[in-house]
Write a protein that binds this ligand. Structure first.
Ligand code: NAD
Length: 511
C-alpha cells in the first residue's frame, strides 16, 4: 500500500474545521456548517466546515483592519518578524508535506503526485521567496533641481481580501497571502467552498511560526455572500481574486464603489502552436501534459492545439495514442495520471462542451465520455478527450472548458497560426514549438498573452510574474511584480534649500 493510502486509513473522517479570526478557531455566528465531499468518491464526506455569513465576514474585516491600523504585534513595521514568520511557514509546510498533500488531493480530486511533487513544495517555495523580500521593499530618493529632497516610499496598502479558487487551492492562496503579508498588509482569506480547509492547516502552521493575532483571518463560506462582503466592504483596501472571468467582472464592478486596488487572475483558452520543424516527440509530450495536467482544470491548460498542416495527421495520431494511455484513477493512487473533476456540476459542464463539439461538427478522436469503470463509478471522471477539425466558430475553440478536452485546429502559415492563436477573448498563456529560434520568437512577439513558453509548457516558477492580457485578468502574481499589488506609493517632499522661490510666494496675501 502506498504512503498516501496508509495515511488515509489513519485519518478520521469527516474532519472538522472552524473559521480563523483574531488568532482563534471559532464557530460561525449562525453555528452552520457545510460539507466537503471527495470528488473521487462522492459518497465520502471528508470535512464539515463552519459556514460564515456576512456578519462573520464583517467581524474578520474589522479584526484585520484593527491589526493593521494599530500595527498589532509590530506586523506592519517589523520586516524581520514578517520574514521570520513567512520563512518558518515554508519550512513547516515542507515538514508536513505528505499530510497537507493528502488533504489537498482528497478535497480537489487532483493526483497525489501533483500534490506531493508540485503543489505543496511550490506553496512552501512561495512563502520562502516572499519571506526573502520582506526586508527588501525600498523606494528611492533623489535631489530635485532646486536642491530639495524627494523620498519616494512604499507602504503596505492595508487590509487585503484574498479569494482563491478550487483548482490549485493552496498554491493560489499562497501567491496572494505571502506577498501581501511580506509587505506588511493584514489579510482576510475566503477560500473556495469545495476546497476550504488546507489553508486552515497552513494557518495552524503559521501560528507555530509566530503569526501575530489578527494579521491573517480565514472565513469559509459562499462567494455570493461572504466573498461579496469582502469585495464591497469599504474597510478592505485591496481585493485579489482568482476565478472565472464572469466573477472577476462582478468583483471589479462591486469593488469600484470604494475604489479598491484589485488584481484578478481569470480564465484562459491557451493555444499551443506546433510547427513542423518542432522536436516531434517533445512537442507531443508537451501538448499531452499541457491539456491533462490537473484534469485540465487549470487556467493555464493548453486547450487549443494549433498544428501545422504538414504534420497534422501524424501529430494528432500520436497525441490520441498517448491520450488513450493516460491512467484515469482516484488521485490518491500513486499510479493515477489524471484524477476526478471537482464536482458533478463541473463534470456536467465538461460533458456539455463535449456534446457541443459533436453537434458543431468537430471530429471526436479520443474519449468523449464519463468513465464508469470499477473504481471510478462513484466519482467525477471524464476520459481524456481529443477533438480534431475544430474551427473558430465552435464553442470548444472559444470557451474555457476547464476539463480534459483538447481542441485541434490545423494551420498552414506562421501568419495563420498567430491569427488563430489570438482569436480569443482570453490572453493568459501560450506554447510555441519549433527548432527555429527566429520563428519561435516572431510568433512569441505576436501572441497576446501574459506567458509564452517556447519548447516547453507550464513552467511557472515563483520568480516569474504570472497574469493575463485581455479577459484573463488584471495585475500580476508571483515575482517582484506581485508586491506592487499590495503597495501604495508615498512621496515625501523635504525642503532642504531655504530656497528663494517658495511656492507660497505665488499667492501673495497683502498685509
Ligand atoms: P469562481 O469564479 O467560481 O470562484 C473563485 C472564487 O471566488 C471562489 O472562492 C468563490 O467562492 C469566489 N466567489 C464567487 N462568487 C463571488 C462573488 N460574487 N464575490 C466574491 N467572491 C466570489 O471560480 P472557480 O470555479 O473557483 O475557479 C475556476 C476559474 O478560475 C476558471 O475560470 C479558471 O480559469 C480561473 N483560474 C484562473 C487562474 C489564473 O491564474 N488566471 C488560476 C486558476 C484558476
Amino acid at each position: 500500500m502506498t504512503a498516501a493510502l496508509q495515511a488515509l486509513e489513519k485519518l478520521r473522517l469527516p474532519l472538522r474545521y472552524d473559521l480563523y479570526v483574531e488568532g482563534q478557531f471559532v464557530k460561525s455566528s449562525s453555528d452552520k456548517t457545510f460539507t466537503c465531499i471527495n470528488p473521487a468518491k462522492k459518497t465520502e464526506t471528508i470535512a464539515r466546515v463552519a459556514e460564515a455569513n456576512v456578519e462573520d465576514a464583517k467581524h474578520a474585516i474589522d479584526i484585520a483592519r484593527n491589526a493593521f491600523d494599530h500595527n498589532r504585534g509590530n506586523w506592519v513595521t517589523d520586516y524581520k518578524l514578517r520574514e521570520k514568520v513567512l520563512f518558518k511557514t515554508g519550512e513547516l509546510i515542507r515538514e508536513n508535506l505528505n499530510y497537507i498533500a493528502l488533504l489537498e488531493t482528497l478535497s480537489s480530486g487532483k493526483t497525489i503526485r501533483t500534490s506531493t511533487r508540485a503543489d505543496i513544495p511550490r506553496t512552501a517555495d512561495i512563502f520562502e521567496y516572499y519571506a526573502g523580500l520582506a526586508g527588501k521593499v525600498h523606494g528611492e530618493s533623489f535631489y530635485l533641481r532646486n536642491g530639495d529632497l524627494s523620498a519616494i516610499v512604499k507602504e503596505p496598502v492595508g487590509v487585503v481580501a484574498a479569494i482563491p479558487p478550487w483548482n490549485f487551492p493552496l498554491v493560489i492562496a499562497a501567491r496572494k497571502i505571502a506577498p501581501a503579508m511580506a509587505v506588511g498588509c493584514t489579510v482576510v482569506v475566503k477560500p473556495a467552498s469545495y476546497t476550504p480547509f488546507t489553508i486552515l492547516e497552513v494557518v495552524k502552521i503559521m501560528e507555530k511560526a509566530g503569526l501575530p493575532k489578527g494579521v491573517l483571518n480565514v472565513v469559509t463560506g459562499p462567494g455570493a455572500t461572504v466573498g461579496m462582503e469582502l469585495v464591497r466592504n469599504p474597510k478592505v483596501d485591496a481585493v485579489t481574486l482568482t476565478g472565472e472571468t464572469s466573477t472577476g467582472r462582478m468583483v471589479m464592478q462591486e469593488a469600484s464603489s470604494s475604489l479598491k486596488h484589485i488584481s484578478l487572475e481569470l480564465g484562459g483558452k491557451n493555444p499551443q502552436i506546433v510547427y513542423d520543424d518542432a522536436n516531434f516527440e517533445e512537442a507531443v509530450n508537451g501538448v499531452v501534459f499541457g491539456i491533462y495536467y490537473n484534469q485540465g482544470e487549470s487556467c493555464g491548460a493548453g486547450s487549443r492545439l494549433l498544428v501545422q498542416d504538414t504534420i497534422h495527421k501524424k501529430f494528432v495520431e500520436r497525441v490520441v495514442e498517448k491520450s488513450k494511455r493516460i491512467k484515469v484513477a482516484p488521485g490518491i493512487r500513486e499510479d493515477s495520471d489524471m484524477g476526478a473533476l471537482i464536482s458533478e456540476d463541473q463534470e456536467q459542464k465538461v460533458l456539455e462542451y463535449i456534446k457541443s463539439g459533436k453537434e458543431q461538427g468537430a471530429v471526436l478522436k479520443a474519449g468523449g465520455d464519463k468513465l464508469h469503470e470499477p473504481g471510478l463509478e462513484d466519482g467525477f471522471f471524464v476520459a481524456p478527450t481529443v477533438f480534431d477539425g475544430v474551427t473558430r466558430d465552435m464553442r470548444i475553440f472559444q470557451e474555457e472548458i476547464f476539463g480534459p478536452v483538447l481542441a485541434v485546429t490545423p494551420f498552414k502559415t506562421e501568419e495563420e497560426a498567430l491569427e488563430l492563436a489570438n482569436d480569443s477573448v482570453y490572453g493568459l498563456a501560450a506554447g510555441v514549438w519549433s527548432r527555429d529560434p527566429a520563428k519561435a520568437l516572431r510568433t512569441t512577439r505576436g501572441i497576446k498573452a501574459g506567458t509564452v513558453w517556447i519548447n516547453t509548457y507550464y513552467l511557472s516558477p515563483v520568480e516569474n510574474p504570472w497574469g493575463g492580457y485581455k479577459y484573463s485578468g488584471l495585475g500580476r502574481e508571483f515575482g517582484l511584480e506581485a508586491l506592487d499589488e499590495f503597495l501604495e506609493t508615498k512621496v515625501v517632499y523635504f525642503d532642504t534649500s531655504g530656497a528663494v522661490h517658495k511656492p507660497h510666494e505665488r499667492l501673495v496675501i497683502k498685509e
